[in-house]
Design a protein around this ligand. Structure first.
Ligand code: ADQ
Length: 476
């Protein structure tokens, strides 16, 4: 079988045989280990100009070669902090009000994509399959193609794809869409994202989309598909039951003194709906006074991208809200909100999920939201907690056993919390069972296997004109 080359903005190199973060890294590593391959991307380091020109740093671990490069300060500012996170991220999450366009940053974004492609090319073999991840790398295939690379190249978007009217607010939207059409396969988390992409192709680019999502636009042909990312639920359950987490969980339970626990875990990001969530919890205490003193809300949200201004603002806003609500409802031995602005070990988080009564996951927009899936998988099936989930998380399409809420409806979220906290055991069990079956069926292995199967089925066709290398897929 041909070798796999994974390309992502950041590379998760395992230390001491362990993969640091959540399930995605485990899933990608599993795929790389099956065929052998390369994981290529940014090391996370900012380096001086000369080091940036030194070529990738190569580390081999088993069947997998990790090839990482540093970025110069200018590249980081323009490609990562600038166009990726101050423009693409907000717009793709329907927050074009927060987006800031700078033409120089876009030039930098394309320059870094081309430079990254040049760094990868010497490592490629002719029949490698290349799998590129996420919004930082929309033009990556375009850069490879411009350098004559003919391999199959697939792209998976982890975040939502916006409807055309939103996408049009990005000045170089057409340039980006043309670039995306250089891939052979473009995958999305949910059907509505693929539909939005096809909508642009048909209405704005005047291309065509067949019933099986075979797409022709800008003189190129490609395949579109939906591949909702999953987790390995049994691994999560095992992490949640780990004996070494028993002590901290016990300490948490003791500190709760019999109170019910609502739990949320996110990166500190304005797309995650944290302010609305805090307000919904406040509304719950207001409308159900019997719960005052009887329920605690733990929000874990370590800061990310703290050098982007909108992230500094959301952090200040949340600190204000947590302080205000606690000031309003605390007593000498009770503070309703515990807002922890720091990271936790992933396995510990799974144990905390298991110890809680409600998982409160209410993003304003989210590609999938793996926290929602992990929350379900971490539960004790004999006494499971209830998932309260935003209708704007990709996960809502699958987690039909959750209580689905609109994160803009504060009163509706408060009612759902009340319902979750008072739900009888048989109802909790039935909802949990429904969710866990879906998690098993659509696990992380299914996600990566189905994407790679479809990418392998793409074949090179005769170029339709002498500058373009067009491809088609044998199966949808
Ligand atoms: P994220 O926006 O980071 O990911 P999410 O899917 O919720 O969001 O989390 C990814 C992983 O990070 C999970 O394994 C989760 O446990 C972990 N994580 C989240 N918050 C954490 C915290 N406070 N401390 C420690 N770990 C934490 C992007 C998209 C999502 C999509 C994923 C995967 O934004 O929509 O689900 O990629 O495709």
């Amino acid at each position: 079988m041909s070798r796999l080359v994974v390309v992502s903005n950041r590379v998760a190199i395992p230390s001491d045989g362990k993969v640091s973060s959540g399930g995605l890294a485990v899933g990608l590593l599993g795929a790389l280990e099956q065929t052998g391959g390369i994981w290529f991307g940014w090391s996370g380091d900012i380096v001086s100009g000369t080091s940036a020109n030194a070529g990738p740093k190569i580390e081999r671990k088993g069947e997998v070669t990790y090839a990482t490069v540093g970025l110069s300060r200018r590249d980081y500012d323009q490609y990562y902090r600038g166009f990726s996170n101050a423009m693409l991220w907000p717009v793709f999450h329907y927050r074009n009000d927060l987006a800031r366009y700078d033409r120089q940053e876009y030039v930098g974004y394309r320059r870094v994509n081309s430079w990254l492609a040049q760094q990868l090319i010497p490592l490629l073999e002719p029949d490698d399959i290349i799998w590129v991840h996420d919004y930082h790398l929309l033009p990556f295939a375009d850069a490879l193609r411009a350098a004559g690379v003919k391999n199959r190249i697939g792209f998976f978007l982890h975040i939502p794809f916006p409807s055309p009217q939103i996408l049009l607010t990005i000045p170089p939207h057409e340039d980006l869409m043309k670039s995306l059409c250089s891939y052979d396969l473009v995958g999305f988390q949910v059907q509505s994202d693929l539909d939005a992409f096809c909508d642009y192709v048909v209405r704005i680019a005047h291309g065509t989309v067949s019933e099986d999502k075979h797409i022709s636009a800008y003189g190129r042909t490609l395949q579109g598909g939906v591949y909702g990312i999953g987790i390995f639920p049994d691994d999560v359950a095992e992490q949640a039951r780990r004996p070494e987490n028993r002590k901290p969980v016990l300490e948490l339970k003791q500190s709760l003194a019999g109170r019910k626990l609502i739990m949320s875990v996110d990166r500190l990001d304005y797309s995650k709906g944290l302010v609305e969530r805090f307000r919904a919890f406040e509304r719950l205490l207001e409308t159900t006074p019997s719960l005052q003193g009887d329920v605690a809300f733990v929000q874990i949200a370590p800061p990310t991208r703290s050098d982007v201004q909108t992230y500094q603002q959301i952090r200040e806003r949340l600190e204000y809200e947590a302080g205000r609500i606690n000031g309003r409802f605390s007593s000498l031995n009770y503070a309703p909100i515990r807002y922890l602005n720091r990271g936790f070990d992933h396995r510990m988080l799974m144990s905390l999920f298991r110890a809680s009564d409600v998982g409160f996951v209410t993003p304003l927009r989210d590609g999938m939201n793996l926290v929602a899936k992990e929350y379900v998988a971490a539960q004790d099936p004999d006494d499971p907690g209830v998932l309260v989930l935003s209708c704007f998380a990709g996960a809502a399409a699958e987690m039909t056993g959750a209580l689905i809420v609109n994160p803009h409806d504060i009163a509706g979220m408060a009612e759902a919390l009340e319902r979750a906290l008072s739900m009888t055991l048989p109802h909790r069990q039935a909802r949990h069972q429904e969710n866990i079956e879906v998690l098993r069926k659509n696990n992380l292995g299914v996600w990566r296997e189905s994407f790679l199967r479809d990418l392998r089925a793409c074949r090179v066709e005769e170029a339709q004109d002498d500058t373009l290398d067009t491809r088609a897929c044998l199966t949808a």
